[in-house]
Write a protein that binds this ligand. Structure first.
Ligand code: SAM
Length: 284
C-alpha cells in the first residue's frame, strides 16, 4: 500500500495548529506534494539499514518519506517550534516509526556532534545557507557516504559543475574535495507552500577520498578562495597575495604543473591541492 504523505491541506493545517508563519530568513518552504517526496526519496537510493541525516525537517514532509525508506532518521532543525512539534506529527502519521526518529534542535551550519553516525544526508535545504551547510556536514561527519540535497536550481548547477564550465566556482571545487556531485533533477515551484520564486534542483553525491597532499584542507581551501576572489585574473596575478608575490605564485603554479596564465575556473581540486602543497617548504 502507498503510505500517506503530507499534502497541501495537511501542511496548512499543521502550520495553523502550531501557530507558525513560514519565514524567509530560515528558508521555510514546505513540500506539499507526496509525489515530489517519493521522487526525492527514490533519487537518494537509500538502503533499508541506513541512518539518514535530514537538515530542516520543517513540518515533516520529507521526514515521513525517509522513515519509510531507512532504519533511522536524525533530523536537525533550527526552529524550536518546529523541532518540538515534529515527533507528534510523525507519531500521528507513522505511529509504528516514531521511535526511529531523533530530533536535534541545532544550527546545521555549526553542528559538530550528533547522537548517531549518519550514513546518508537527504534534505530540502534552507536555500540561503545550502552550500555552507553541505560543506560543514561533509567535513564534520565522515560517516556520511552519500546523499541527495534539494537546493536552489542555480546552486545545484554550481555544486555539480566541473572545471571550465560557466557555473564552476568555489562551491564546485570545495564540494569536489569531499565528493563527486551530480545533478539529479529539477523541481518546480508549485510543490511548495509558500511557493518560492525560483526552481529547485536535486544534487546527488557520493563521497570520495580527497586528493593526496601534504597540504591541509584549510590550506587548499585558502588557495581556492584566493583564486576565485579575482576570477577574471590569471592565477599568477590572483594568487600573488596568497603566495607573497607574483614570482612566488608563478613558482608554486609551475611546480604544480599549472599554467600561470590560466584562470582559476579551469583547474580541478587536485590541481588546487598541488598548488597549496608547492608553497610548503620541503623538510630538510
Ligand atoms: N524538509 C521540509 C520540507 O521539505 O517541507 C522543510 C524544508 S525548508 C526548505 C528548510 C527547513 O530548514 C525549515 O524547516 C527551516 O526552519 C530549517 N532551517 C533553516 N536554517 C537552518 C539551519 N541553519 N539549521 C537547521 N535547520 C535550518
Amino acid at each position: 500500500p502507498v503510505l500517506p504523505l503530507l499534502g497541501a491541506s495537511d501542511v496548512r493545517r499543521l502550520a495553523a495548529e502550531i501557530g507558525i508563519r513560514p519565514t524567509k530568513t530560515l528558508g521555510q518552504n514546505f513540500v506539499i506534494d507526496g509525489n515530489t517526496i517519493r521522487r526525492i526519496v527514490a533519487a537518494a537510493r537509500l538502503s533499508a539499514d541506513e541512518t539518514v541525516l535530514e537538515v530542516g525537517p520543517g513540518l515533516g514532509s520529507l521526514t515521513l518519506g525517509l522513515l519509510d525508506a531507512a532504519a533511522r532518521v536524525v533530523a536537525v532543525e533550527i526552529d524550536p517550534v518546529l523541532a518540538t512539534r515534529l515527533p507528534d506529527t510523525i507519531a500521528a502519521f507513522r505511529p509504528g516509526r516514531a521511535a526511529n526518529l531523533d530530533v536535534v534542535l541545532s544550527d546545521a551550519m555549526r553542528i559538530t556532534e550528533l547522537p548517531v553516525q549518519p550514513t546518508s544526508l537527504v534534505a530540502n535545504l534552507p536555500y540561503n545557507v545550502a552550500v555552507p551547510v553541505v560543506l560543514n556536514l561533509l567535513e564534520r561527519f565522515p560517516s556520511l557516504r552519500h546523499g541527495l540535497v534539494m537546493v536552489q536550481d542555480e546552486v545545484a548547477d554550481r555544486l555539480a559543475a566541473g572545471p571550465g564550465s560557466k557555473t564552476y566556482g568555489i562551491p564546485s571545487v570545495k564540494a569536489a574535495w569531499y565528493s563527486q556531485m551530480r545533478k539529479a533533477g529539477v523541481i518546480g515551484m508549485n510543490v511548495f507552500w509558500p511557493a518560492p520564486k525560483i526552481s529547485s534542483g536535486l544534487v546527488a553525491f557520493t563521497r570520495h577520498e580527497p586528493p593526496v597532499t601534504r597540504a591541509s584542507r584549510e590550506e587548499v581551501f585558502a588557495v581556492i578562495d584566493a583564486a576565485f576572489a579575482q576570477r577574471r585574473k590569471t592565477l599568477r596575478a590572483a594568487l600573488a597575495g596568497w603566495a607573497g608575490g607574483a614570482a612566488e605564485a608563478e613558482r608554486c603554479l609551475t611546480a604544480a604543473g599549472v599554467d600561470p596564465r590560466a584562470r582559476g575556473e579551469v583547474i580541478d581540486v587536485a590541481a588546487y591541492a598541488r598548488i597549496a602543497e608547492a608553497k610548503i617548504p620541503l623538510l630538510a
